[in-house]
Design a protein around this ligand. Structure first.
Ligand SMILES: Cc1cc2nc3c(=O)[nH]c(=O)nc-3n(C[C@H](O)[C@H](O)[C@H](O)COP(=O)(O)OP(=O)(O)OC[C@H]3O[C@@H](n4cnc5c(N)ncnc54)[C@H](O)[C@@H]3O)c2cc1C
Length: 402
């Protein structure tokens, strides 16, 4: 085994979204930058994101799109490097953009183009990137001294600045790791509680069977939890419920909480049912509802809510009974047993407590030269390109100061 020692201005741990943006920014300032990546490839989450098309930002980016113990923390970085800055770089590289609903910006062709763009920028600026590189330890002694292992070779690397860009716990097979929290704790930084976010729900009660039977069915709903409502698709899966509305609401859900599904977001179901009773009293309720909802879903609802009156025409339902069913349609309360957890979660809520970090530079307030960027921090975006925008904005901010 050999050992030697190398000196850089900046060492960045993690070659994901935030690390690569930070690296190119710092190198463009003339800093000597090394990025260390444990995986065999860089930017795995970028490649997998947005169904392979990478939802890289959103036209409407506000602090309200982010969740953090300190709701103001993200503002300075988002202003310093906005969605328009990233879109301008994408345009400079000739990448075609597809705008989808809610102003989400995707690649028209492939997420690979975003990664290629970042790597081209890094290469032009002279960034060194090492993959398959195991981080072993870091020490501070008027500079940072990292022990790493690549293949079987151990090395000590030295730098003035050390940037932790290792992301968070979600999807270990795509690089998810908790190393940022360990480094934060080593240097006395506090952590906020972490949990899986943008993640499907599971059920252990009767809903489990319903979801299995309806697996593959999607419909637009209003989904609410703890005062937050999202109007988006809901997808039944063989494990529970997923789809954009569910992922969004999962960021606001804690174990034991109920979620409320409005199956007809644009209709007052009580009034509609009472009116239908007067005008089309001979119909079965199932037939009426099947005009607005999938038959398979209506059959499940019938078993749950009016199985004893299944064969009765609408006219034989009391107004009270129809109002109760209407109320259920607009406010179906369900109690998920759990989320699918970090195995499938797109993000991790919580992380390095932003109280200990400068919102201008991403540097630790009590530890000169140590920076945290991206998802490792306690800043989590809604679904819609916000998590990448946070990675770009925080990476750029640090890149200017490292
Ligand atoms: C399936 C999926 C789809 C997504 N789609 C979108 C989307 O379309 N739009 C959006 O805005 N967000 C999306 N996200 C979220 C987004 O990918 C992340 O928020 C973002 O990548 C975070 O950037 P980051 O730089 O903090 O971390 P990452 O991009 O995760 O990068 C961290 C890097 O650090 C490396 N690393 C970890 N530990 C070590 C270590 N010990 N030593 C060295 N390297 C290490 C990892 O291998 C990884 O390369 C998606 C997430 C997932 C999982």
């Amino acid at each position: 085994m050999q050992s030697d020692s190398k000196k850089y201005d900046v060492i960045i741990l993690g070659a994901g979204a935030s690390g690569l943006l930070c690296a190119m920014t710092a190198a463009q300032r003339g800093r000597r930058v090394l990025v260390i990546e444990k995986a065999n490839k860089v930017g795995k989450k970028i490649l997998m994101s947005g169904g392979g098309k990478c939802n890289f930002t959103n036209h409407n980016v506000e602090a309200d799109n982010f969740i953090s113990n300190n709701s103001h923390f993200c503002k300075a970085a988002l202003k310093r490097y906005s969605q328009w800055d990233f879109i301008a770089m994408v345009a400079r590289h000739g990448i075609e953009i597809e705008e989808r609903k809610h102003s989400q910006q995707f690649c028209k062709n492939s997420a690979k183009e975003i990664l290629t763009m970042l790597l081209d920028e890094c290469q032009q600026a002279g960034v060194e990137i090492r993959t398959d590189c195991e981080f072993m330890s870091v020490k501070y002694d008027s500079g940072y001294h990292l022990k790493i292992k690549q293949n079987t070779k151990k090395e000590t690397l030295n730098s003035q600045s050390f940037v932790v860009a290792t992301g968070a716990l979600s999807i270990p097979s795509l690089g998810g790791s908790g190393i940022a929290y360990e480094i934060a704790q080593q240097f006395g930084l506090a952590l906020t509680k972490r949990r899986a976010g943008l993640v499907p729900f599971m059920f252990s009660d009767a809903m489990k069977g319903i979801c299995e039977r309806l697996s593959g069915l999607a419909l637009e709903v209003n989904l609410s939890c703890n005062g937050q409502t999202f109007t988006e698709n809901l997808l039944f899966t063989h494990r529970g419920i997923s789809g954009p509305s569910v992922l969004q609401v999962s960021n606001y859900w804690s174990p034991g909480d109920e979620v409320s599904i409005n199956l007809m977001p644009y209709i007052e179901a009580e009034d509609w049912l009472i009116e239908a009773k007067t005008k089309q009293g001979k119909q079965l309720l199932k037939t009426l509802l099947s005009k607005k909802l999938a038959k398979a879903l209506v059959s499940e609802l019938q078993t749950l809510w009016w199985s004893k009156s299944a064969a009765s025409p609408l006219a034989e339902f009391s107004d009270k009974q129809l109002r109760a069913i209407g109320e259920q349609i607009n406010n179906w309360q369900l109690k998920p047993s759990a989320t699918e957890g970090y195995r499938t979660a797109e993000v991790t809520l919580g992380g390095v407590d932003t109280d200990g970090i400068s919102s201008k530079t991403m540097e630790a307030k009590q530890q000169a030269g140590l920076y945290f960027i991206g998802e490792a921090l306690d800043v989590t975006g809604h679904l819609g390109g916000y998590n990448f925008q946070w990675a770009w904005s925080s990476g750029y901010s640090a890149g200017l100061f490292v």
